[in-house]
Design a protein around this ligand. Structure first.
Ligand code: NAD
Ligand code: IPM
Ligand code: MN
Length: 370
């Protein structure tokens, strides 16, 4: 039988980006070996690294590479070196451009608390325990992209503005994604908006209610964003799927993201109708870049999401997730999740342990099947 080949565009980016992406590629290599598929990696420049070499945060070449690939794996972009550039020349702009160009309108950010890490959570263990939610963040519209925008002069003084705009089709498609996913989970959707103040949110709520009629088996709740921010730390385990706009989703996913102990644990998938991009939720972590101690788990779990959503390799995805959990159960910790009595390891060691566990779990799975 011919080997299946998947082409993956690899955009390592800045700071710890290259370190955590290399870790995820090692895990993918092992998956390929175990399952007899070929992952073909092609590297492209993005972010600060791309600015340094080409003057642009997202060179055309990189975009072309992504459009021609089956999936994109991204590290992180940005850092102090480029912070003083104008807005449209910053590394972060490369990220916004690629999301838009690939029309990745649904950003999935799962937040799962591993029992082994309950002590690393900033919340009381009894509050954090059992948290298993998914933020579905609208990613290609809203205030991030709305026009008019910019800093300008009005009556002799500087003013700045952005526009939060959503059209009904943009709300409906991301809401549908949320309901579809909820159907395969615990069948509950929480939609977050600011409908008591913002017109754009009033429309958001109206359209979500309309879409909900197609999913009578899924329970729907609406929360205002300020209340949602509070409920997320008060009763995180009661949430299943949380759907919201671009900026609310940005903020709430960092808030929810720290519940499992560290941003270094949080994967994400950004999905459109044709393309998909996978990246950790965290940034380039300039404070620890180059030290070899970054937590690779967020990126490894992002690769697992790629296996599931882009390649339909559900079992492989599940085993990678399980390998991560077992590695934590065995007490291995990068510094960001370290606590007394556990075993401190660096990026490379953590990755090796996860790969060892993956290999063992795969063999056990095959044995079970006889
Ligand atoms: P950050 O996520 O880079 O770091 C926040 C804190 O979490 C830091 O103390 C960092 O050391 C720690 N941390 C993050 N990931 C970690 C990991 N894998 N292992 C261990 N510790 C980890 O956020 P920031 O400091 O606000 O931003 C730094 C730069 O990254 C900025 O230029 C920002 O714009 C950019 N950024 C990029 C992305 C992205 O590429 N998707 C996301 C967020 C921020
Ligand atoms: C994220 C980041 C980005 C965002 C920035 C770096 C543009 O914070 O992926 O959450 O705001 O979307
Ligand atoms: Mn963010």
């Amino acid at each position: 039988m011919e080997k299946k080949v998947y082409r993956i565009a690899v955009l390592k980016g800045d700071g710890i980006g290259p370190e955590v992406v290399d870790a995820a590629l090692k895990v993918l290599d092992k998956v390929g070996e175990l399952y007899g598929v070929d992952f073909e990696y092609r590297e492209g420049l993005i972010g600060g690294a791309a600015i340094d070499q080409t003057g642009k945060p997202l060179p055309e070449e990189t975009l072309k590479l992504c459009l021609e690939s089956d999936a994109v794996l991204l590290g992180a972009v940005g850092g102090p070196k480029w912070d003083d550039l104008p807005q449209d020349k910053k590394p972060e702009r490369g990220l916004l451009q690629i999301r838009k160009a690939l029309n990745l309108y649904a950003n999935l950010r799962p937040v799962k608390v591993f029992d082994a890490l309950l002590d690393s959570s900033p919340l009381k263990p009894e509050v954090a325990k059992g948290t298993d939610l998914l933020v579905v963040r609208e990613l290609v519209s809203g205030i991030y992209y709305g026009e008019p925008r910019g800093i300008y002069e009005e009556n002799g003084r500087r003013c700045g503005r952005n526009t939060m705009k959503y059209c009904e089709d943009e709300i409906a498609r991301v809401a549908r994604k949320a309901f579809e996913i909820a159907r395969k989970r615990r069948k509950k959707v929480t939609s977050v908006d600011k409908a008591n103040v913002l017109d754009v949110s009033a429309l958001w709520r109206e359209v979500v209610n309309e879409v909900a009629k197609e999913y009578p088996d899924v329970e729907l709740e609406h929360l205002y964003v300020d209340n949602a921010a509070m409920q997320l730390v008060r009763r995180p385990a009661t949430f299943d799927v949380v759907v919201t706009g671009n900026i609310f989703g940005d903020i709430l996913s960092d808030e929810a993201g720290v519940i499992p102990g560290s941003l270094g644990m949080l994967p994400s998938a950004s999905i459109g109708d044709r393309h998909a991009l996978y990246e950790p939720v965290h940034g380039s972590a300039p404070d620890i870049a180059g030290m070899g101690i970054a937590n690779p788990i967020a990126t490894i779990l992002s690769a697992a999401m790629m296996l599931k959503y882009s390649f339909n390799m559900d079992e492989a995805a599940r085993l990678v997730e399980k390998a991560v959990e077992e590695t934590l159960n065995q007490g291995y910790r990068t510094p960001d999740i370290y606590s007394e009595g556990t075993k401190k390891v660096n990026t490379e060691q953590m990755t090796e342990k996860i790969i060892e566990n993956l290999e063992r779990l795969f063999k056990e799975e095959r044995k079970k099947e006889g």
